[in-house]
Ligand binder design. Structure first.
Ligand code: MSP
Length: 527
C-alpha cells in the first residue's frame, strides 16, 4: 500500500499563529490520521519559515537579534501543533543546519544543470508577500502602486541570480496534464492560464539582505526566501542523500497550501524539481481563506482570531470538526462563533452525543449495562417492527460499511465537506431510527416478548452505528472519538479503518454514559 507524504506550508514567524495556520495544519493532520488508520505508511510534516526580509524586519522592530527572534517565535507554532491536536512526524525550521545543507545542495544542482545565471533585478518587490511582481500585475491605488494582493511594493535594483524558469513552460504544461496534480480544478485552470501566458526567469537571490541562506560560493548573496522555503519538503526526507525516505515518500507528496501561495507550489516548485532531476509533487491542494464575521482578518482591524483562545473556550475537537463541516475545503469561508456554537449544540451534542446517550441510558436501564446479546440471526425484519421499511435495524447496523468505499474516495480527494455531510446523514439516520423504534416503549412489554427482542436488536444496531461513526470521525475529532468508543467498550486507542463493521462482543459491561460533547451557552471570545 502506497506511502503518504503530507505537508503544510511552513509558516512565517513574523507573527503568532492565526486561524489560517491552524486550519492547514489540522487538514494535514486529518489526512495523516486517516492514512495511518488505513494502514498506510505516513510522513506528515509542518514547520516554520524563518528567513527573508519580512522576518528580518519583524526582528528589527522588536529590537531583537534575528536568530533569537526566530527561536522565540517558532515555539508559538510548535505550541499550536500541540493544542491543535496534531501529530506531525517532523517539525522543520529553515534555520536548522540540515536545511541549510539541503537548500545549498539544491542550488548547486540547479547550477550544475545550467538553470542558474547571474544578472541584475530591476523591478518591484512586496516584502509582505515575499514576491517579485512584474509591472503588468500591479494595481494603482490612492497609496500608489500595490501588488495584486494589496501588499505595498518597493522598487528594487540589485545584482542577483536568476533561475531559467522560461525554459520550463512546456514541461510544466505537460505535468498539469497528469490527473489530479492540482486541486481544486479552478486552481489548476488558474495555474495553466498563468503558465500559458509566458514565463519570465525568476530572481532567486537577494544581495541587499543578509538574513538568509548564503548562496554557495558567493559572499554577498543570500537565497530568495521561497527557494529556501520550498526546499524544506526535501530536507525532511534527508535530501541531498538518496535516502530510503526520499525513495519511499517523495513520489507520493501531497502539499496542502492556501490559495495565495498557489503559484509558488504549482509553478516554481515543480520547475525547480524538474530542473534538479526530481519528480514534481504528486498533488498540490489549495484551500480558501477564512474571513471573520464577514471581514478580512487583519492586525489593523484587530479582528485576528487566536486559535488558542478558540480551543480553550470550545475544545479542540469541536473546532476541528466545525472548520471542515462548515466550508468546503478549497472554498473561502466565513468564521462566526455563533455558527460554531450552533454546530456544537446541534450536530455534536444534540445529534451524535444524544444518540449515544439515549442508547447507553437504555442499555443501563434494561440490560444491566451490558452490550446486547443477540441469539440467532437479527429479527428486526419482522412484520411487527415499529420502524418504517426504509429504516431497518439491518440497514442502521451496516450503514458505515455500506458507504465506506465512497468515504474513502472522498477523503482521498480531500473532500472533507462531503465526507462529513455523509457522516451527518448517518447520525441523522440513527436518531430517526431510535425515535421510530421507541425502544423505551418496547421495553415496557418485558423480557420474553417479541417487543423486548426488538428493543435489544434495535439497541445493538445503534451501538454498531455509533461505534462506526466514531471511527469515521476519528481523524477529525481524535480525542472525543476515542472517548466515545471507550463508552462502547472499545479499546482506548486509534481505531483502524477495517474495524468498521467488526463485531461488538455481546454481554460486555459498559461504563456509565457521560456526555462527550457538552452544550454551550453562546458568549463570544473577547477580541
Ligand atoms: N512561509 C510561506 C509558506 C512557505 S511554504 C514552502 C507562507 N507563510 S504564511 O505564514 O504567511 O502563511 C501560511 C499559510 O496560511 C498560507 O497557506 C496561507 O494561505 C494561510 N493563511 C493565511 N491567512 C489565512 C486565512 N485568513 N484563512 C486561511 N488560510 C490563510 O506563506
Amino acid at each position: 500500500m502506497a506511502a503518504e507524504y503530507i505537508t503544510t506550508p511552513i509558516y512565517y514567524v513574523n507573527d503568532r499563529p492565526h486561524l489560517g495556520h491552524f486550519y492547514t495544519t489540522v487538514a494535514a493532520d486529518i489526512l495523516a490520521r486517516w492514512a495511518r488508520m488505513r494502514g498506510k505508511k505516513v510522513k506528515f510534516v509542518t514547520g516554520t519559515d524563518e528567513h527573508g526580509a519580512k522576518v528580518a524586519q519583524s526582528a528589527e522592530a522588536q529590537g531583537m537579534d534575528s536568530q533569537a527572534y526566530v527561536d522565540k517565535m517558532s515555539d508559538f507554532f510548535r505550541e499550536m501543533v500541540v493544542y491543535a491536536g496534531c501529530t506531525p512526524d517532523d517539525f522543520i525550521r529553515t534555520t536548522e543546519p540540515r536545511h541549510i545543507k539541503a537548500a545549498q545542495a539544491l542550488w548547486e544542482k540547479l547550477e550544475a544543470t545550467g538553470n542558474i545565471y547571474l544578472g541584475a533585478y530591476k523591478g518591484w518587490y512586496a516584502t509582505r508577500d515575499e514576491a517579485f511582481y512584474p509591472e503588468k500585475e500591479l494595481i494603482d491605488s490612492d497609496q500608489g502602486k500595490l501588488a495584486p494582493t494589496g501588499a505595498p511594493v518597493e522598487w528594487v535594483e540589485e545584482p542577483c541570480y536568476f533561475f531559467r524558469l522560461s525554459r520550463w513552460q512546456k514541461p510544466l504544461l505537460d505535468y498539469y496534464g497528469q490527473p489530479d496534480v492540482i486541486a481544486p480544478e479552478s486552481r489548476r485552470n488558474e495555474t495553466i492560464r498563468f503558465v500559458e501566458s509566458g514565463l519570465e526567469d525568476l530572481a532567486i537571490s537577494r544581495s541587499r539582505l543578509q538574513w538568509g541562506i548564503p548562496v554557495p560560493g558567493v559572499a554577498d548573496h543570500v537565497m530568495y526566501v521561497w527557494i529556501d522555503a520550498l526546499t524544506n519538503y526535501l530536507t525532511v526526507l534527508g535530501y541531498p542523500q538518496d535516502t530510503q525516505e526520499m525513495k519511499e515518500f517523495w513520489p507520493h507528496s501531497l502539499h496542502l497550501v492556501g490559495k495565495d501561495i498557489l503559484r509558488f507550489h504549482t509553478v516554481y516548485w515543480p520547475a525547480f524539481l524538474m530542473a534538479a532531476e526530481l519528480s514534481p509533487p504528486r498533488r498540490v491542494f489549495a484551500h480558501g481563506w477564512w474571513t471573520r464575521e464577514g471581514q478580512k482578518m487583519s492586525k489593523s482591524l484587530g479582528n485576528v482570531l487566536d486559535p488558542k483562545e478558540l480551543v480553550v473556550q470550545y475544545g479542540v475537537d469541536p473546532v476541528r470538526y466545525f472548520l471542515f463541516r462548515q466550508v468546503r475545503f478549497g472554498h473561502d469561508g466565513d468564521f462566526s462563533e455563533k455558527t460554531l456554537v450552533q454546530c456544537i449544540n446541534g450536530e455534536l451534542a444534540g445529534g451524535l452525543g444524544n444518540l449515544l446517550h439515549r442508547t447507553l441510558t437504555l442499555v443501563h436501564r434494561h440490560l444491566a449495562g451490558c452490550t446486547p446479546v443477540i441469539a440467532g440471526s437479527p429479527r428486526s425484519q419482522q412484520d411487527s417492527s415499529p420502524v418504517s421499511d426504509e429504516l431497518r435495524g439491518e440497514k442502521v447496523r451496516s450503514w458505515a460499511q455500506w458507504c465506506q468505499k465512497e468515504l474513502e474516495h472522498l477523503i482521498q480527494q480531500q473532500d472533507f465537506f462531503s465526507y462529513l455531510e455523509r457522516v451527518a446523514q448517518g447520525i441523522h439516520l440513527g436518531n430517526q431510527y431510535i425515535t421510530q423504534l421507541a425502544p423505551w416503549d418496547l421495553a415496557k412489554k418485558g423480557p420474553g416478548t417479541p417487543e423486548w427482542d426488538q428493543m435489544i436488536e434495535g439497541l445493538n444496531s445503534i451501538l454498531y452505528l455509533v461505534r462506526d461513526i466514531a471511527i469515521l470521525l476519528y481523524p477529525f475529532m481524535p480525542h472525543s472519538c476515542v472517548r466515545l468508543m471507550a463508552q462502547l467498550g472499545q479499546k482506548e486507542q486509534a481505531p483502524l479503518w477495517e474495524d468498521i463493521g467488526s463485531s461488538i462482543q455481546g454481554g460486555m459491561p459498559l461504563p456509565k454514559p457521560s456526555p462527550v460533547f457538552a452544550k454551550i451557552d453562546f458568549s463570544p471570545v473577547e477580541e
